[in-house]
Design a protein around this ligand. Structure first.
Ligand SMILES: [Ca+2]
Length: 322
């Protein structure tokens, strides 16, 4: 039995690569509330939803909220592998995490460059021990794999929130934000040979932060739940004004939910390519769902989720934080 086939209940060691706005913060807190299942080795930050200084600060604030400043934060890439950085303050506010005053971080990021630290952390553990939970543009992961190509087979899995099959895009008509910001990095990660699971917009657009769900969150009545209630209410407002929906898609925590309860998801193992050149479709994930090319499948793509079970699991883990 190889380590990738070990029983599901084994604690997984994870590195969360993140650009915190609110859904990243929820994902981080969900992982920290799942101590019996997941050991969070580090948060590695990257520019994305906001510039790097802000995403790093927001990661530290999230740990402060959870009273888990023992988890190290390593800052990584300040922009994509090539070209200018595109951020999303129009969605998340100027801080990247508007809607509630989180506690000021009392600790700083740890010294070291995130891609170097990813390599170090993975190599310090046995083969197949570490999973990367990638919920941001994939710049740090691509840099780590470029520096240490053997990482691809050393990792247990890379679980990515990104791309879209049928849902078009959320930053351009064709592209999901994480892949749009650094399509070259996404291409490199998808062609690295690593075991990749990709959770696209198709899942998160089934998982909206509706009023009854946010009421259930607030009813947990802990400081963490109260903070998330306000942050998610701010986020919900943007989507309601723009799309008229009750609630916003809750993207990033889907990766943590998949690690905890993969049976909540369904999809296919297929070939995925990322458009890197066309200005019209930059960052588009081109998914060979019907196997019409000779390309070898390089990712497990999950396109459906049991949304009620996802939110129930999330709230259970947020409540566990106390
Ligand atoms: Ca994110």
């Amino acid at each position: 039995m190889t380590s990738s086939e070990e029983p599901l209940r084994m604690t997984r060691s994870i590195i969360i690569d993140t650009d915190p706005s609110v859904d990243d913060a929820v994902a981080i807190l969900m992982a920290l509330g799942s101590a019996a299942d997941l050991e969070v080795l580090a948060l590695t930050t990257v520019a994305g939803n906001a510039p790097l200084a802000l995403t790093t600060r927001n990661a530290l604030k999230t740990l402060e909220l959870a009273r888990r400043v023992d988890v190290p934060v390593f800052a990584g890439a300040a922009g994509p592998l090539s070209g200018a950085l595109r951020t999303a303050e129009h969605v998340h506010g100027e801080s990247g995490l508007d809607g509630y005053e989180l506690p000021e971080p009392k600790v700083s990021a740890s010294p070291g460059f995130a891609p170097d630290k990813i390599v170090e952390l993975v190599m310090a553990r046995p083969p197949g021990a570490v999973t990367v939970c990638a919920i941001a543009p994939l710049t740090n992961i691509a840099l780590a794999l470029a520096q240490a190509p053997y990482l691809a087979t050393r990792l247990r899995e890379i679980v990515i929130f990104g791309g879209a099959r049928r849902e078009g895009g959320n930053i351009s008509p064709a592209a999901e934000f994480n892949l749009f910001v650094d399509p070259q990095a996404a291409h490199q990660v998808l062609s690295s040979g690593a075991k990749v699971t990709l959770i696209p917009l198709d899942c998160s657009h089934q998982a909206l932060t509706t009023t009854p769900r946010l009421d259930a969150l607030r009813a947990i009545a802990t400081p963490v739940a109260e903070a998330l209630y306000h942050l998610l209410t701010f986020n919900k407002g943007f989507h309601e004004r723009r799309h008229g929906t009750d609630g916003a898609p809750l993207h990033d925590p889907l990766t943590v939910a998949y690690l905890l309860r993969p049976e909540l998801f369904s999809g296919r193992r297929i070939a995925v390519a990322v458009e890197r050149d066309s200005p019209l479709t930059r960052g588009m994930s081109v998914m060979d769902w019907w196997g019409v090319t000779p390309s070898t499948p390089n990712a497990q793509v999950l396109t459906d989720v049991d949304a009620d079970a996802y939110f129930a699991l999330l709230f259970d883990r947020i409540a566990a934080l106390g």
